[in-house]
Design a binder for this molecule. Sequence first.
Ligand code: NAD
Length: 334
Amino acid sequence: MRVAVFSSKSYDRQFLEAANQGQHQLLFLEPRLDASTAIAADGAQAVCAFVNDHLDAGVLGLLAKQGVKLVALRCAGFNNVDLAAARDLGIEIARVPEYSPHSVAEHAVAMMLTLNRKIHRASARVREGNFALEGLLGFDFHGKTVGVVGTGKIGFCFIRIMTGFGCRIVAYDPHPNQECIDAGADYVELPELLKQSDIVSLHCPLTPQTHHLINEQAIASMKRGAMLINISRGGIIDTRAVIRGLKSGIIGSLGLDVYEEEDNLFFRDLSNSVIHDDVFARLLTFPNVVVTGHQAFFTQEALTEIARITLENLTRFEEHGRAAHPVSVERLAG
Ligand code: NAD
């Protein structure tokens, strides 16, 4: 099958080619998929897309006109796809529901440790010959309360790591997970979680229900000085409200791997450009904020699995007319 792989980087090519073994004709395209680039899929039966590719009704319509029958997402989240439009156009949407939840959970912990022990600042200081410790004071995670919002595959991995640190876990999820209860998590409602937690980590998908879940009101109910970690999707937090929370000191530190407007920034080298997003630029001025460019998934194990499952989706669709891991429009309701 001919597959147009959008937003592809050298590492995508490396892992997808290794998994493909020449079975499908993979056409690697660097541009992001949107209305202006969809034409590049001409002649392809499938499109392989990533987190910031635009798969709204307009783009899906253009793909359908060119004969595309399958969109194989090489990620777990599918908030960037208009599922109802895909269904109406007869385009199957497939994803990689699980690759390495450890990769993402471990990145959340890396951010927590960095922020708490100020590794980003300490490392820069030492390189400047400054060995003073003022301003680098951290706290023990042991004995602290960690609030986990969303306790699916990644949330569960994260809970297991944090219980290893000796933390108390409170969790919020409309569908409690027995494995998390067995691991020691106490389920509470979201306002209670925000009130009790020294650290709040977000592991739910971006849906209409979770959009701006962490807003002005939620921040006002947080423990003063709490750490907030978002490695899920940028839209789950209201960035402007979080900036106000940082300025008032309610949010003591912030770790972001995702950002609401990241599709204008992430996955490219903009080091020679001026950043026009003033909200993002403001975030970067805080000493107690660490931002990474959507790299939580970026481990060898995760990329190997993403490539393997993406190829499984392509091959199963070609052979049986149904991908191995389809996303149906009904998922929106859940
Ligand atoms: P999952 O489907 O296993 O778990 C998601 C959990 O969130 C489910 O238990 C669900 O019930 C819960 N949830 C749904 N609505 C909620 C709400 N309103 N409040 C609280 N919880 C709610 O998914 P997962 O594999 O654990 O991934 C979670 C999210 O992590 C993905 O949707 C994706 O957005 C994000 N992610 C980020 C990266 C990255 O590189 N930064 C990589 C992979 C996944």
